[in-house]
Design a binder for this molecule. Structure first.
Ligand SMILES: [Zn+2]
Ligand SMILES: [Zn+2]
Length: 415
């Protein structure tokens, strides 16, 4: 039937994790994202029937983490940016390493990871491609992290799939703009929550706090996500002149980012920021850092693994030190345990933390009001809300100008 649109969420509509959705147009079947919920062990979306193409907005595991699993069943072609392809590959390989060290099974092999890497058909923002006989897909910057894009499908109707997006500029990428459409698939990570302050104010209050910590003779430990947040924070710190040490997978991610300057707001600024920082590659370096650093920037952002735990093991008892969280802490994460209860789980053993703990909201997502404003300016007839554990908070405000749908995982909807 001409002009028919059918969707099925395979996961991630009522949670911020394991996003996957099949969109069926007249003569093409598309899979948008195939993410995981990165727990121990991770959870995966439902398995799709074969599709013609996979469309991937960005590398974060809640969007890309299950992609190798698709290749354990049949070959696919993935439309995404080259940068996203490389970062996703790094994260997929790391997922296998983590599974091994944590002792749980993972449902794909290193061979599947390699196949996924080679299946990437690179695309760039402001380009378009044919989709079957009746549709085209356009690519727009999403403003979320370097290489992130939104997909606009143009046929009988205009359809926009946002993935994660941000409308305000950060140090690392520029914010995105609304795209007029008929049907809007909208992420809702920050549904019901607005960012408490403007970017510059958050940066200033974090730098003020670091100053306080360093002045009293302590070390500021900044746990940060390896993908984009570490680099963003490195750029904020560049203006400060502190003795900064950088550890973890963020170093590799930085190298990939710098290979694709077109996806960065200011590649030169990022390069300069990283050049000023001491890179840690070994246990010896870690020891040195705890003696010499004023600031330690390290993964993982949620403190569930990575070098941050070995630093915390050494630095947690000294009240002069401080942990400055730079990202939202999902419930049940180690960072949330630290923020709520001043405790940390060291590979199965919970211990008390005496140093100061603070949170700075360096989010890469549109906040609640920005989500509503973005959606309104897209002027859609229908909005399909996804990727949110609080969709109810958005239904009211969005219903004032569009029909709002909140499908459940597994449900098939004809639009
Ligand atoms: Zn993301
Ligand atoms: Zn996400």
């Amino acid at each position: 039937m001409n002009g028919s649109i059918k969707i099925q969420f395979l996961g991630g509509c009522e949670e911020v994790g394991r996003l996957a959705m099949v969109l069926e147009l007249d003569d093409v079947r598309l899979l948008f994202e195939y993410g995981i919920s990165p727990r121990k062990p991770p959870s995966y979306p439902m398995q799709p029937d074969p599709v013609d193409l996979v469309l991937l907005t960005h590398a974060h595991l809640d969007h890309s983490g299950g992609i190798p699993l698709l290749f354990s069943r049949y070959d696919q072609k993935i439309l995404t940016t080259k940068l996203t392809g490389e970062v996703a590959n790094l994260l997929h390989k790391d997922s296998i390493t983590i599974a091994k060290s944590e002792g749980y099974a993972i449902p794909y092999t290193p061979e599947d990871v390699k196949e996924a890497k080679h299946a990437v058909t690179p695309i760039n923002p402001k380009q378009k491609r044919e989709l079957g006989d009746n549709n085209e897909v356009y690519f727009h910057d999403a403003g979320h992290i370097p290489g992130s894009i939104m997909f606009e499908i143009v046929g009988d109707k205009k359809i926009l799939f946002t993935g994660d997006f941000n409308t305000v500029d950060t140090n690392i990428v520029r914010g995105t703009k609304p795209v007029p459409c008929d049907i809007l698939f909208l992420e809702g990570t920050y549904a019901g929550r607005d960012h408490p302050a403007k970017r510059q104010e958050i940066e200033k209050s974090m730098l003020d706090k670091i100053n306080e910590v360093v002045t009293r003779g302590g070390i500021a430990i900044l746990p940060a996500f390896a993908v984009s947040r570490s680099q963003e924070i490195a750029m904020v710190l560049r203006k400060s002149g502190y003795n900064v040490w950088f550890d973890g997978m963020g170093q590799k991610v930085s190298k990939i980012f710098l290979k694709y300057p077109r996806f960065l707001k200011s590649p030169d600024e990022l390069r300069k920021a990283l050049n000023k920082i001491n890179m840690v590659h070994s246990d010896h370096g870690r020891k040195l850092a705890t003696k010499k650093a004023e600031v330690i920037l390290t993964s993982s952002g949620m403190m569930d693994g990575g070098p941050v735990l070995s630093y915390m093991n050494k630095l947690k008892d000294d009240k002069k030190n401080a942990v400055l969280l730079t990202g939202y802490q999902v419930p049940e994460s180690n960072a949330r345990l630290l923020f709520d209860h001043k405790m940390l789980n060291f590979y199965g053993v919970k211990e008390k933390v005496d140093c100061e703990v603070e949170y700075f909201d360096f989010s890469a997502h549109a906040g609640h009001s920005e989500l509503v404003d973005f959606a309104k300016k897209c002027s859609p007839e229908k909005i399909i809300l996804m990727h949110s554990d609080n969709r109810e908070a958005l239904v009211g405000p969005l219903s004032e100008f569009a029909e709002v749908l909140t499908p459940k995982t597994g449900e098939i909807v004809n639009l």
